[in-house]
Design a protein around this ligand. Structure first.
Ligand code: NAP
Length: 320
């Protein structure tokens, strides 16, 4: 099956493409870049092909700056955008990146009208809303990387803290991929046992852990300039879940229409059943009072940011 990556010369775009090349379900990858980055993605393609030969993997990788080449893609990944520097918040990126995402979402609608859009660009919840509106795609076919990566980071923290294998930890971050993320401690389980039943539950430092997850991305950016492997493998999880129709429950950004405590007209990270049609179901949640209060704050914040962004970019881009 065919997957296209827009912004493929970028660190996340190219790392995600390389990860996907190793998935047997992906047969064709199109690396899409602006004209000025064409040399770079041609070089990336040659380098990737060498690596894949070493692993006996056969996959077609095509570098291109002709966006018509995304035709017939099952999934189009939008990873183009201005990256965050350590002193910037994700919201500082919202206006320039919304213009980029809106432009590309319209191109996806034109050249790959049956595809599923997977948005990586930050602030990803607002960008998913922009891509949904600009593409005109039904909401099940516009997904944001959202809190999947945050949830993986949280799993790691639990695994380390309790010295238990990471696969035994089932936990989620929901809400905004940003400062308003919410740790769903009430539905966290370790080895199949609800965390609520652990003696450590009452004294668990929720705020401290949330701070760690919130700052995890900035910490990596501070040290090495960008996050790459984390987002790339998170993207690869999502793509293979869709292409294999696995029906896994992942925490992704999706457009809400009242399913979670009446929250509507906003894109936020929530658990969704993911399959060949994209988001096949939004999983209803039972939150504690504290979690619900934080989730509502996240919804208000992302909604007002999205409204502001949409009102500004509407003047420059014919969105509908
Ligand atoms: P990067 O290395 O700077 O690459 C970004 C790419 O975007 C560039 O290589 C370029 O691709 C394209 N681009 C840049 N300016 C553009 C413009 N004005 N118009 C059109 N395309 C433009 O950045 P990165 O580290 O890969 O990050 C990419 C995005 O993903 C950022 O927004 C970052 O914050 C976000 N991100 C999100 C998550 C998440 O969990 N949601 C995680 C990591 C990163 P071409 O030259 O190939 O066109």
């Amino acid at each position: 099956m065919k997957v296209s990556v827009i912004g493929a010369s970028g660190r996340v775009g190219k790392a995600a493409a390389f990860c996907l090349a190793e998935e047997s379900v992906v047969g064709k990858i199109v690396l899409l870049s602006r004209e000025k980055s064409l040399d770079k993605i041609q070089g990336e393609t040659l380098d990737m092909n060498d690596a894949l030969a070493a692993k006996d993997i056969r996959v077609s990788i095509t570098p291109s700056s002709n966006f018509e080449d995304m035709a017939d893609s099952k999934i189009v990944i939008i990873a183009a955008g201005v990256p965050r520097t350590p002193e910037m918040t994700r919201m500082d990126l919202a206006i320039p990146n919304a213009k980029i995402v809106a432009k590309y979402a319209k191109l996806v609608a034109k050249y790959a009208p049956e595809s599923i859009i997977l948005v990586i660009t930050n602030p990803v919840d607002v960008m998913t809303y922009v891509a949904h509106k600009a593409s005109g795609f039904p909401r099940n076919r516009v997904i944001g990387l959202g809190n999947h990566l945050d949830s993986l980071r949280l799993k790691n923290i639990f695994a380390k803290q309790f010295n238990i294998h990471v696969s035994e930890i089932h936990t989620r971050i929901i809400g905004e991929h940003g400062d308003h993320m919410v740790l769903l401690l009430s539905s966290t389980s370790i080895g199949g046992i609800m965390f609520k039943d652990f003696s450590q539950y009452q004294s668990f430092d929720v705020d401290g852990i949330i701070e760690k997850v919130k700052n995890a991305g900035s910490y990596v950016i501070d040290k090495k300039g960008a996050t790459e492997y984390g987002p790339a493998y998170a993207v690869s999880n999502i793509v293979k879940t869709i292409l294999n129709d696995e029906k896994r429950i992942l925490t992704l950004t999706t457009y809400l229409d009242g399913e979670i405590y009446g929250t509507s007209d906003v894109c936020l990270g929530v658990p969704v059943k993911l399959g060949k049609n994209g988001v096949e179901r939004i999983i209803k949640l039972n939150m504690s009072d504290d979690e619900l209060e934080s989730f509502r704050l996240a919804a208000d914040y992302v909604k007002s940011s999205a409204d502001e962004v949409m009102s500004i970019i509407k003047e420059e881009i014919d969105l509908y």
